[in-house]
Structures are given as C-alpha cells and as structure tokens.
Design a protein around this ligand. Structure first.
Ligand code: COA
Length: 234
C-alpha cells in the first residue's frame, strides 16, 4: 500500500516564493511565467501533486526567466551556485563558515580578524541559492604579488569542488589585473596536524609550490609554510 500523501511544508514555502513572482533563483518572472504559475496554483496540495507541480513550475520558471536560461531547463530544480565579490559585506555568514571549522579556526582572535578582513579586503564568496558556503580573502603585497589571506568552505560543503571553483575564480580575477604571483601561507608539515595535511594536499593539487618555512612567524607549534603559484598572464 502506498503511504498517504503528506503536505510538504518546505516545498509549499518554495511555491509561495514562485507565486510572489520570482523564480527559485529569486529573479523576477515575466508575465508568461506568472500566468502559468497562477493557472497551476489551484487544487489540493499533497506530497505527490506538490512535488510534481513544483517540478513543472520550476521548469516553467527556468524557461520563462531570462536570467535563468543559463541553468538547466529539463530537470527539477538544481541548486544555483554562484560566486560573488570582490566586495563582500557578509561578516555573520563568514563567521558561521569559520566556526564550522574549529580544527582550523579554533583561535577566536584570529577568527574574528578573518571575519573583519572579509569586509575590507577583496573577498569572493561562493553561495548556493542564497546560502554562503565559503569565502576567500585576498591581500595585495605588491601590484604583481598577492596572497590568499583566508580561504574556507563550510564543513558540510567541503570536498564538493567549491573551494577549487573559488580559488580558480580568484586566480582568474588576479591574472586579469596583471598579478603574476599568488602566495598562501599554511602550517608546515613539521607540525603533526592532520587537518593542515589536508590543506597542503589541496594547494599542492592546484599547483602551489613550497617556497620557504618560517618556523616562528606565527608560533613555534605552528610553523608557517609559504607556497606560491605563478599565475598565467591573462
Ligand atoms: C581547503 C578547502 C578550502 C578546500 O575547499 P573544498 O571545497 O573542500 O575543496 P574541493 O572540493 O574543491 O577539493 C577538495 C577535494 O575534493 C575533490 N572533489 C572535488 N569535487 C568533488 C565532488 N563533486 N565530489 C567529491 N570530491 C570532489 C577534489 O578532487 C579535491 O581533491 P584533490 O585535492 O585531491 O584534488 C576546504 O576544504 C576548507 O575550508 N578546509 C578547511 C580550512 C582550510 O584548510 N583553510 C585553509 C587554511 S591554510
């Protein structure tokens, strides 16, 4: 026996967004999509009908919303991932990202510095729909030599390609401005930290080469490894 249909509160909330004249990506919809949505908004909402109708509505919304035509039109809603910046004023959300990574950002003063810096340094963020998944702040040392001051992807969003997208985006942005070298400092492998071994592996896979270790720059327990990458001229 199939289970009785249940109302889907989350889905109905999404429908309400659509009914207010905006697609799932929060773009305003044209009159054609508005009309379709209105026609389909009658009738009882059960689990099966709502999810079916939601799929249909979303496809219509995608098709009728010019801004969404880049996205998929033949399947149900997919998360919309975008990179924003380089000016970011989302300090609370940056703090939430860092707080989800206590093994990397467990020192409160440093965490608060990175949060503040996210609003003053050039900072890119990656968001899924409207949720901020991670951010990357850049610091200029010389016009041709910049540094990744902070990069973090929320714990539950790690290892899904978001950090790579964010770093690639920052590298392209810098290269387009004539920047030749991008450096990153992380904890050297003379520290036993398994967390920073993951960070080093991430950078190594993206072409960052070790340049020098500064044993006491941060703290003798956290020897700093300087990595560098030559950026392709744009
Ligand atoms: C380091 C960090 C920014 C990388 O971001 P990320 O989103 O986790 O990284 P990615 O998902 O792009 O890449 C990580 C691995 O996942 C793999 N991956 C990418 N897309 C994937 C997917 N869709 N599914 C599964 N794995 C995937 C990649 O191949 C990559 O492996 P590789 O490094 O061996 O090539 C992030 O993990 C983080 O915030 N770490 C904690 C904080 C930190 O280390 N900050 C830097 C301190 S110096």
């Amino acid at each position: 026996m199939s289970p009785a249909p249940q109302p889907l509160i989350g889905t109905l909330a999404s429908l309400a967004v659509l009914r207010q004249g905006r697609c799932v990506h929060q773009h305003a919809l044209g009159p054609q999509a508005q009309r379709c949505l209105t026609l389909r908004s009658t009738g009882p909402a059960t689990a099966s009908t709502v999810s079916l109708v939601r799929g249909t509505w979303c496809i219509i919304a995608y098709q009728a919303c010019g801004a969404c035509l880049r996205g998929p039109v033949s399947s149900n809603v997919r998360p919309h991932v975008t990179i924003i910046g380089p000016s970011l004023q989302r300090q609370d959300e940056c703090a939430a990202v860092l707080r989800s990574l206590p093994r990397w950002f467990g020192i409160e003063d440093s965490l608060l510095m990175y949060v503040r810096d996210s609003a003053t340094l050039p900072t890119f963020a990656i968001e899924q729909d409207t949720r901020l998944l991670g951010f990357l702040s850049l610091q200029e040392h010389f016009p041709a030599s910049w540094e990744v001051h902070c990069i973090a992807i929320a714990a539950e969003a790690r290892n899904k390609g978001f950090g790579t997208r964010l770093l690639n985006h920052a590298e392209s942005w810098l290269a387009a401005r004539g920047v030749r070298f991008l450096q990153i400092k992380t904890v050297a492998d003379s520290s036993p930290s398994p967390e920073y071994a993951e960070s080093r592996k991430f950078y190594a896979a993206r072409g960052y080469l070790p340049l020098e270790v500064f044993p006491t720059l941060w703290h003798p327990r956290n020897p700093a490894l300087q990595l560098v990458k030559a950026l392709n001229a744009a």
